[in-house]
Design a protein. Structure first.
Length: 270
């Protein structure tokens, strides 16, 4: 009798619809865009991480977790080495019907939530209802998250597979420290200013200026958490000629000043 083919990671997550599934790893799973039949709670220790969906790219800072609704296509992209990825997969049937669970979001990890996630570090694989204590623990964790996390991070960068726009977006990211004027970028790629502006609006539903602004702030968030650069150095590396303008723009989008963001979100090296 031929040996059974081992189940893939996604097959293990989906195998038992009513079980919770826990997976802590130091190695990135080599997954393409995918979905599963359970909600996903992910907390990443160390490193710069993006969550990509078909439409948007989300930066996941330290001391934040991401909630991914069941059925949503996504992929997690690691930009730097990480210490640990902690994944908890929760079947929708054991939670209530609050709108929170149906929306993707990145949220600060309060101490209680963080401690509850870390408490599961020695658990792995499926947890069934017969394991009452563990099963109820995960159910409780899932049910208190909406009560403690009302406002997701507002910095979301739209993405596209458009062959016309993708090279322009890549150009923006590669030259984020430089002046990025609509007229100059349009000319570089053979567009008029009006046609390139329209392409951004129709494809991404935001303006060229707003896309550049979001890209600069997300870039600065990475530098704030992953380097020892000063706030002033990060400001200029992100394309700002004025530290005050950078700080004010950062505050308007992230709701805290850059120095506060770095202080409250950086993990202490172990």
């Amino acid at each position: 009798m031929p040996a059974l083919k081992p189940l893939s990671f996604l097959e293990k997550v989906n195998q038992y619809p009513n079980s919770t599934y826990i997976y802590h790893t130091k190695i990135e799973e080599n997954l393409l865009m995918h979905n599963h039949n359970k909600h996903q709670l992910t907390y990443v220790e160390g490193g710069a991480v993006y969550l990509n969906t078909k439409d948007n790219s989300y930066f996941l800072p330290a001391r934040h977790f991401v909630w991914i609704p069941a059925g949503m296509e996504h992929v997690i992209e690691l930009k730097t080495p990480i210490s640990m990825i902690r994944n908890i997969y929760i079947p929708p049937r054991i939670l209530n019907n609050k709108p929170f669970y149906g929306q993707m979001g990145i949220y600060p990890a309060p101490n209680l939530i963080l401690e509850m996630i870390l408490f599961t570090e020695n658990w792995t694989g499926n947890i069934f209802g017969k394991e009452k204590d563990k099963y109820q623990y995960i159910k409780t964790l899932g049910n208190i998250i909406p009560e403690m996390n009302k406002n997701p991070m507002p910095v979301v960068l739209p993405t596209t597979s458009s062959k016309r726009l993708s090279p322009i977006l890549n150009h923006i990211h590669l030259h984020i420290e430089q002046p990025l004027l609509l007229k100059n970028v349009a000319t570089h790629f053979g567009f008029s200013s009006r046609s390139l502006s329209r392409l951004f609006r129709t494809t991404l539903d935001i303006s060229f200026l707003q896309y550049v602004k979001l890209s600069r702030i997300i870039f600065s968030m990475e530098k704030l958490l992953q380097t020892e650069m000063s706030i002033s150095e990060i400001s200029y590396a992100s394309g700002y000629n004025s530290l005050a303008t950078f700080s004010n723009t950062f505050y308007n989008l992230v709701k805290v000043r850059p120095v506060e963001f770095r202080k409250s979100n950086r993990e202490i090296s172990k």
